[in-house]
Write a protein that binds this ligand. Structure first.
Ligand code: 7SA
Ligand code: CA
Ligand code: CA
Length: 552
């Protein structure tokens, strides 16, 4: 069992999201009112890799993702950003910066899927397991450049036919038939995405990823290297109703002085890209504020814009495989890492505010932020916060204070703030949903709803849970969060550090008398119960931190 699967077993309670998921909570589809492919604006994305996985788990990463699929779903993710599926056998080292790498997919040489993450068939298995768990598979695509010099590749693009950048004149703008964006590094590996043959080659591969590899959408890499309209054309042709997101990482000051973007804001630059590609876009405006501003300045991310048409196309993130650290060899790339002490606050903000949030794999499964992130996802789901949700900032207090109007509840967020009474900024009866970092991270929720108005964390324990591989011990019971006695909606207890004792913290509405039992159930077949706890039901009155025990 991979270290991640083991770690997932030790992680805190499985979120009720799985229950809602297993109750087929609607996955809303469709484009935004402006026609942007945000798949209903209810997505929560896990970045399903970090920079070093090809070195830490060589050729085994797809297997790990396949085995982790139920956990990823239970943790509340509706989609996973997969690594580049095309094989990349490059290797490089830069003595000046002491960095090295290669094989991560960004210098691919053809569309063959047998790369450093695993084999073609393992990729199909992982995609199938994730789709079965209702986690959309979003492939990372790199249409700007490729490893032109690699010897025996399954793509042959002869020189001199306008297929490569160097054969083009200086970049025109769409629809000129020439590469219409920046070059990658020296540019001798850039493809002319404006050339009909290249356009068709990628269109067909994207359709192949949809048809044969379960793609539910795409992440477009280095979009500064080709026209946004090209992305819209590809999506229209290959997967029009899917989710897409573009990585436009280019500071306004990097644009030529004659380019309007040179004096524009980060928000304006990435919003322009989204308008033209009809894809959501990584919120580098928020990232820049998190890096360089104070916490109150986080309101100036694209996801905090007063206009819903701007908020809803933001894809927020705290760090990724470029900006952040990665477990293993020389710590990854860390080009723009967020200060450690801000990571919890940053997730508290992105997971409770508009936009489509992305969680970085090591934060979830390596570095111990998983419990907080699971709770934050429960709060987001429970309140019905969406990409376009309204957000209002309140400047009369220290730190960052905002109210977010979810479809079923209102949230009040207070980070590093002296606000301690939500009724000062919003009407309604509020209860505390989260209070961490000695008051530096506060979230209150108002109203009721199946998502659990005032959630409290209850510690469940089942003794003598002797199980066979493929089975786990679950808690099933009278609350909606425990499946209303349906085993398919039961919550897996994930702390097996004292096996055959199984433990897990489960968030439940406060002040309720809940009846429940331990069951041994198949992980893959939610209706297959191997045994029920004998005797009378266990019973608990829910309150923060209470414990309740059952035994086989
Ligand atoms: O500095 C950070 C920020 O500080 C802030 O204070 C600044 C920000 O502006 C500032 O306000 O951000 C700057 O720095 C960023 C990081 O470099 C820049 C950003 O534009 C800039 O503002 O972001 C750029 O770089 C990222 C890594 C890219 C962004 O799209 C891009 O805008 N991210 C994506 C793109 C790629 C490439 O596909 C991936 O790169 C990322 O993982 C992906 O997320 O003959 C072969 C050959 C020649 O063609 C080349 O000329 C030659 O140089 C080989 C050589 N190329 C090698 C590279 O030198 C080597 O570095 C290549 C084959 O391998 C490596 O390239 C890696 C790359 O290092 C790695 O990050 C690439 C391929 O393996 O994979 C990754
Ligand atoms: Ca959706
Ligand atoms: Ca280019």
């Amino acid at each position: 069992m991979s270290r991640y699967l083991r770690a997932a077993c030790l992680a805190a309670a499985v979120s009720p999201w799985l229950l809602m998921n297993s109750h087929a909570l609607a996955d809303i589809a469709g484009k935004s009112p402006a026609g942007v492919r945000y798949h209903g604006g209810d997505e929560i994305i896990l970045q399903g890799f970090h920079w070093n996985v090809v070195r830490e788990a060589p050729n085994n990463w797809y297997n790990i993702l396949r085995d982790m699929a139920p956990t990823i779903a239970a943790d509340g993710f509706s989609a996973i950003w997969m690594p580049v599926p095309w094989r990349d056998f490059s290797s490089w080292s830069d003595a000046s910066s002491g960095t090295s790498g290669g094989g991560e997919g960004y210098f691919w040489h053809d569309f063959n899927k047998n790369g450093r993450y695993g084999s073609d068939s393992q990729l199909k298995q992982a995609a199938a397991a994730l789709n079965t768990a209702q986690v959309k598979v979003l492939y990372d695509l790199v249409p700007n450049h490729m490893n032109r010099g690699y010897p025996d590749k399954e793509i042959n693009l002869p020189a001199g036919q306008g297929l490569w950048r160097n054969d083009c004149a200086d970049p025109g703008n769409y629809p000129n038939d020439c590469d219409d964006g920046d070059r990658f590094m020296g540019g001798d590996a850039d493809l002319n995405t404006g050339h009909a043959q290249n356009f068709a080659m990628f269109r067909d591969e994207f359709a192949n990823l949809r048809g044969n590899y379960g793609a539910g959408g795409f992440r477009f890499d280095f979009v500064r290297g080709y026209a946004p309209e090209r992305v819209d054309s590809w999506m229209t042709a290959a997967h029009d109703d899917a989710f897409c997101v573009g990585e436009l990482w280019k500071a306004p000051g990097e644009y030529p002085s004659w380019d309007w973007r040179n004096t524009a804001s980060w928000q304006q630059v990435i919003k322009d890209w989204s308008d033209r590609s009809k894809c959501p876009v990584f919120d580098f405006a928020l990232k820049e504020r998190m890096q360089n501003g104070g916490i109150a300045d986080w309101r100036n991310g694209l996801n905090g814009n007063p206009d819903a048409r701007w908020r809803e196309v933001a894809v927020t993130f705290v760090d990724n495989h470029d900006t952040g650290y990665s477990p293993g060899q020389n710590g990854g790339q860390h080009h723009w890492p967020l200060r450690d002490d801000l990571i919890r606050k940053a997730y508290a903000y992105t997971l409770s505010s508009p936009g489509t949030p992305v969680v970085y794999w090591p934060h979830m499964y390596d570095w111990g932020y998983g419990d907080l992130i699971r709770q934050l996802i429960q709060i987001r789901r429970g309140a019905g916060v969406r990409a376009d949700s309204a957000i209002q900032f309140h400047t009369g207090y220290s730190g960052l204070v905002a109210t977010v109007a979810g479809t079923s509840k209102t949230l009040v967020i207070a980070l590093d703030s002296n606000l301690n009474d939500p009724s000062q900024v919003a009407s309604g009866t509020f209860s505390s949903a989260l209070n961490q970092g000695n008051g530096q991270i506060r979230i209150w929720t108002s109203g009721t709803g199946t998502g659990g108005g005032n959630l409290v964390s209850v510690n469940f324990r089942c003794d003598n849970g002797v199980t066979q591989p493929g089975d786990s011990v679950y808690a099933v019971g009278s609350a909606a969060q425990l499946g209303n006695w349906s085993p398919a909606g039961a919550v897996r207890l994930t702390d097996v550090s004292a096996y055959p004792t199984w433990k897990g913290a489960i968030s439940l509405p406060a002040q309720q008398t809940v009846e429940w039992k331990c069951i041994i159930r198949s992980e893959s077949d939610p209706s297959l119960v191997k045994s029920w706890e004998p005797g009378a039901n266990n019973s608990v009155v829910t309150a923060e931190g209470v414990s309740t025990v059952g035994s086989f």
